[in-house]
Design a protein around this ligand. Structure first.
Ligand code: NAI
Length: 338
């Protein structure tokens, strides 16, 4: 029987609060855009993560429905839903990690940059909330174009006086996940045995897989290198076209987002040697932001690794990537400074 009398309801609430306060150790995580194509499977997978004790699900639509649904899963995390702008602050207070997949996705024929006009404003509003309510949280930014939304978030945090470059991470994990999968296919290996660093940014030619640094060490013919690089760079478009107007990658993205969020939480817990690729403030190139491997720790991206040795094909790719990235970064910065 559902808890429909007042006593029963308050009883359930009391127990849940107890569990959230004194119960299992874990981190408090908010998902902003939790009712979306990425947000829903991401919420489900985070509810299954034993490192999460409290899960806040925020969206401007359908947050109560997704929350009711997810909250019935018999895993440890306590789930709470928040609907619309007036509840944004309550969703954010006390959070350790904020994951942001809010915003519109691509349709066939669109580039990630075409999303700028809508998503830039959404990311600004959400990051203003983060600056106010949980300035020490780690932020995982998924909303595209990541090459511009991360600089936007940085500018918002600078304005608010809360900017810590170590805590702001653009999620490029899906590019790594795709690279591992496609390379494993070509080599005839299990994808779990493969690790390919992907550097640069998260759009078209700014996505630069470093096949020369793939593990296990492997050699590729020029044709294989060209095929793999293009397929990894166009992986998002492959899904957009296959979905034919119904959106972009959501399920593989939720998987990648959780893989990355879990790495951030293990870093926060103090685990040693947690290393993943992310788009962060960087001095690796002359650009202010760049994706490379980073070491995740208690303070976020505690160490940003150098690119390592590149072959000629990758050096040419790097020049192309930097040219486009510079423009996207500047576009994001100007959006806030103008
Ligand atoms: P979707 O449209 O299915 O979901 C987006 C959700 O955001 C919706 O539930 C919507 O109500 C919500 N939303 C809109 N404005 C909001 C606001 N102001 N506050 C809170 N929530 C708000 O889109 P989908 O497929 O989930 O994609 C989300 C974003 O992720 C897109 O920008 C997409 O381009 C990006 N993406 C990023 C990837 C990456 O590798 N970083 C990969 C795939 C997609």
């Amino acid at each position: 029987q559902p808890p429909n009398s007042q006593t029963e309801e308050s009883c359930v609430l009391k127990r849940t609060d107890c569990r959230a306060k004194g119960g299992a150790p874990g981190f408090k995580v908010a998902i902003l855009g939790a009712a979306g194509g990425i947000g829903q499977p991401l919420a489900m997978l985070m509810k299954m993560n034993p490192l999460v004790s409290v899960l806040h699900l925020y969206d401007v639509v359908n947050a109560p429905g997704v929350t009711a649904d997810i909250s019935h899963m018999d895993t440890g995390a306590v789930v709470r839903g928040f609907l619309g702008q007036p509840q944004l602050e309550s969703a954010l207070i006390g959070m350790d990690l904020v994951i942001i997949p809010a915003g519109v996705p691509r349709k066939p024929g669109m580039t990630r940059d075409d999303l700028f006009n809508i998503n830039a404003g959404i990311v600004r509003t959400l990051c203003e909330g983060v600056a106010k309510c949980c300035p020490n949280a780690i932020v995982n930014l998924i909303s595209n174009p990541v090459n511009s939304t991360v600089p936007i978030a940085a500018e918002v945090f600078k304005k608010a006086g809360t900017y810590d470059p170590k805590r702001l991470l653009g999620v490029t994990m899906l590019d790594v996940v795709r690279a591992n999968t496609f390379v494993a296919e070509v080599l005839g290996l299990d994808p779990r045995e493969v690790d390919v660093p992907v550097v640069g940014g998260h759009a078209g030619v700014t996505i630069l897989p470093l096949l020369s640094q793939a593990k296990p060490p492997s050699s590729f013919t020029p044709e294989e290198t060209e095929y793999l690089t293009k397929r990894i760079q166009d992986g998002g478009t492959e899904v957009v076209q296959a979905k034919a107007g119904a959106g972009s990658a959501t399920l593989s993205m939720a998987y990648a987002a959780v893989k990355f969020a879990d790495a951030c939480l293990r870093g926060l817990r103090g685990d040693a040697s947690v290393v993943e690729c992310a788009f962060v403030a960087s001095e690796v190139t002359e650009l202010p932001f760049f994706a490379t491997k980073v070491r995740l720790g208690r303070r976020g991206a505690e160490e940003v690794y150098q690119l390592g040795p590149l072959n000629e094909y990758e050096r040419v790719g790097l020049q192309k990537a930097k040219k486009e990235l510079a423009e996207s970064i500047q576009k994001g910065i100007s959006f806030i400074r103008k």
